[in-house]
Design a protein around this ligand. Structure first.
Ligand SMILES: Cc1cc2nc3c(=O)[nH]c(=O)nc-3n(C[C@H](O)[C@H](O)[C@H](O)COP(=O)(O)O)c2cc1C
Length: 211
């Protein structure tokens, strides 16, 4: 098992951020380190313990380039639309700037990881949707926290999904039987200090016994 950087569980839970500008593009990531993190992620729950999941890791430069091009094709129009609606506050501007950076460098990140759920969800009711997403997204978040625990980082992304079929074809994924849940760029982080994020106050979000 690859080295941990000695964070407490609370530190991992509260400082696993979306890392974009501080992804270290020069430092190689051993394949075993990524599979160690996936092994930790596989401790996440799945409905009926079905474990209907798979993990695609892309470290081939030509394939990363194609995926990054698909990502940018979707990202730039999306960003344009968002900036028209944006409130122009400092936090939104920072996120947009950081997201721009990720879009530019996506092909240069050492590896792109795509968690997959068995089956397709088109037309599925909320029970099937919740059961399926609930059987892959906890593991995806565990994967991000496992990376953090080892001094690496990622950003949860979904913007390649409008091109899910094209990416499936590129990677030989059976599109009719596997759903891609996101795309996680993986790299060591530049420095390992990350802060608590500003969120809405808990008391505004919690309901006891009545909405
Ligand atoms: C479902 C989901 C989809 C996301 N998609 C993208 C994406 O495509 N590209 C990106 O740069 N960030 C994406 N993000 C990251 C969010 O922008 C980020 O989580 C948010 O700004 C909060 O920042 P933090 O994760 O550092 O706390 C996504 C996050 C989630 C949960």
């Amino acid at each position: 098992m690859s080295e941990s950087i000695g964070l407490t569980a609370e530190e991992v839970l509260t400082t696993t951020r979306s890392v974009r500008k501080r992804l270290d593009l020069e430092r190689p990531v051993a394949r075993e380190t990524i599979t160690d993190c996936i092994e930790m992620a596989l401790q996440a729950p799945t409905g009926s313990n079905a474990q209907g999941w798979s993990w695609m890791i892309v470290d081939d430069p030509a394939k990363k380039q194609v995926i990054a091009d698909h990502y940018r094709d979707i990202y730039y129009p999306y960003r344009e639309q968002k900036s028209k609606l944006s409130e122009g506050d400092a936090q939104s501007d920072r996120i947009a700037d950081s997201a721009d950076h990720l879009a530019e460098i996506l092909q240069d990140v050492p590896a792109l990881v795509i968690p997959l759920h068995a089956g397709r969800l088109e037309g599925a009711d909320s029970f099937r949707q919740a059961s399926a997403w609930g059987s892959i997204l906890p593991a995806a978040w565990s994967f991000m926290m496992a990376l953090r625990s080892k001094g690496m980082g990622s950003a949860w992304t979904t913007l390649h999904l409008p091109r899910e079929k094209e990416v499936a074809d590129l990677l030989g994924i059976d599109f009719d039987n596997w759903t891609q849940a996101g795309l996680f760029p993986v790299a060591y982080t530049v420095g390992t200090e990350f802060k608590l994020a500003k969120r809405q106050p808990t008391e505004n979000l919690v309901h006891w016994n009545e909405w």
